[in-house]
Design a protein around this ligand. Structure first.
Ligand code: GRF
Length: 221
């Protein structure tokens, strides 16, 4: 039986799409999509796949109300695990506590570098380019009370090229995200179903140099 997964999104939802596409009949299924705003791509994707969605506004509302609405939506849908996928709001502490060890996030850089408050979306890629970093990547981590600081479950590197615009880098990192996130979610769901902690899968999700070479061959001239 697959674990019931809720995906939180605020934008176009390409990671949500990757989860929908790669989790079918697997350890986890996307059973609910939660967004803080209407009219976003992620909600349209949910609709197309017949997945229940809920818009829970956050802006200008007391945290207690957002917590209560969110927990009620998760409970109604009998959600067992949460994946944040481009959700731009801080998750209320009450929700983080309720899903301790069962809530994942994907970040478009190699944490702990280029993470934290204010570093989201294209700002992350701009910061990487401004720092002159030659490498970036994607990180899947458990969510705790602080931005981008929970234990790391999986990472995958991508090269940064001198000619990159933030958009070029974002596109290269997204390709990796779309492979890494479903793999991580599936592995964690499998562990949780067996009563093992999410972190038990971190070694199995380790970076395999050979695959990296196939995807992004290293050439030094
Ligand atoms: C991704 O780069 C993700 O890492 C970040 O926000 C972006 C969301 O993209 N947290 P999408 O909405 O999944 O297309």
């Amino acid at each position: 039986m697959s674990l019931r997964l809720a995906v939180f999104a605020s934008g176009s939802g390409t990671n949500l799409q990757a989860l929908i596409d790669h989790l079918e009949d697997d350890a986890a299924e996307v059973a609910l999509v939660i967004s803080d705003r209407p009219d976003i791509g992620a909600l349209e994707r949910a609709r197309r796949h017949g997945i229940v969605s809920r818009v829970i506004p956050v802006s200008g509302r007391p945290e207690d109300d957002v917590t209560a609405d969110t927990l009620a939506a998760l409970e109604d849908a009998r959600i067992e695990m949460v994946a944040l996928a481009g959700y731009l709001r801080r998750i209320p502490v009450g929700v983080v506590e309720r899903f301790h060890g069962r809530m994942l996030n994907i970040h478009p850089a190699l944490l702990p570098a280029f993470g934290g408050k204010g570093l989201y979306g294209m700002r992350v890629h701009r910061a990487v380019l401004e720092a002159g970093s030659r490498i970036s990547g994607a990180t899947v981590h458990l969510v705790d009370e602080e931005y981008d600081r929970g234990p790391i479950l999986a990472q995958w590197p991508v090269p940064v090229l001198s000619s990159d615009t933030p958009e070029d880098l974002a596109a290269r990192v997204l390709r990796v995200e779309h492979g890494l996130y479903p793999a991580a979610v599936e592995a964690v769901a499998g562990a949780l179903a067996e009563g093992r902690p999410a972190l038990a899968v971190a070694d199995a999700l380790r970076f395999e140099g050979s695959l990296y070479q196939e995807t992004f061959p290293l050439s030094i001239e």
